[in-house]
Design a protein. Sequence first.
Length: 298
Amino acid sequence: MTRRFLILLLASLLSPLGWAQDRPTVVVTFSVLEDFVARVAGEHAEIVSLTPRGAEVHEYELRPGDFRALEQAELVFYNGLELEQWMGQVRAVVGADVAVVSVAAESGVETLPIVSGDYRGQADPHAWMDPRRAGEYVVAIAGELSRVIPDRASTFRANAKAYREELDDLYREMADALDVIPPERRVLISSEAAFVYFAEAFDFLHDGIWGNNAESEGAPRQLMRIIDLIDQRRPPALFWESTVSSRTVESVSADTGVPYDGPLYVDSLGEVGTPAGSYRGMMRENVRVLRDALLDDG
């Protein structure tokens, strides 16, 4: 009996589940938050991201595995600002004593309005596209993790401070890299108008074929409006994002004669191990794509 008990105990300790049982489960709604929480929590939490990498977060549909993760969650992080339009399902599943935290709201980040489409004028949810605002997210995450795991609070605060400094450095690195693009070429027209924070941070004119991925995509009125804008501004290139099809941008490119490039990354990181597989990696990849396309004379 003793030998069997020891074998079972050893197996549980060596298995991922055995290790996970010693750590609280923290659920996040998409991969950008997964990166932030992982950098702050380190090994002290089991982090589960609901929306798979490469998938569209705005109208994601929960799967059986997601419900199981939510039932085990001790803390849930979501962006808020109507990014995840399925949060009602999340709240219906998690325990009544589990905090479901909007990182955008908790951070107090200054928001900018959506620039076009059905939701024009509402707060744009993509605040993490400015690394400085992403740093505010990180501080808020550390505060909530400290509340749930108070004995690790000093570690979370130190990790958040170090990561925020990295994000400030990233902002300066990106600004320097994009500075070579002349003002008249700093036009960023994409599928979804999801770069308003990026555009403010790095001085781009920005618009999209549609304003938000939660609305219809590629409607005739959207196409007519964006083609008029392209005819006025004649940008060097158009762009599409990793979580949507390039088909509509290809069509606009054919109609206007303006080439297209991409993908750019907004609502999802790239796959693990790829250049865009982390937050810093995806932002650097966006800089690379923009520089190559907007400096190219064809």
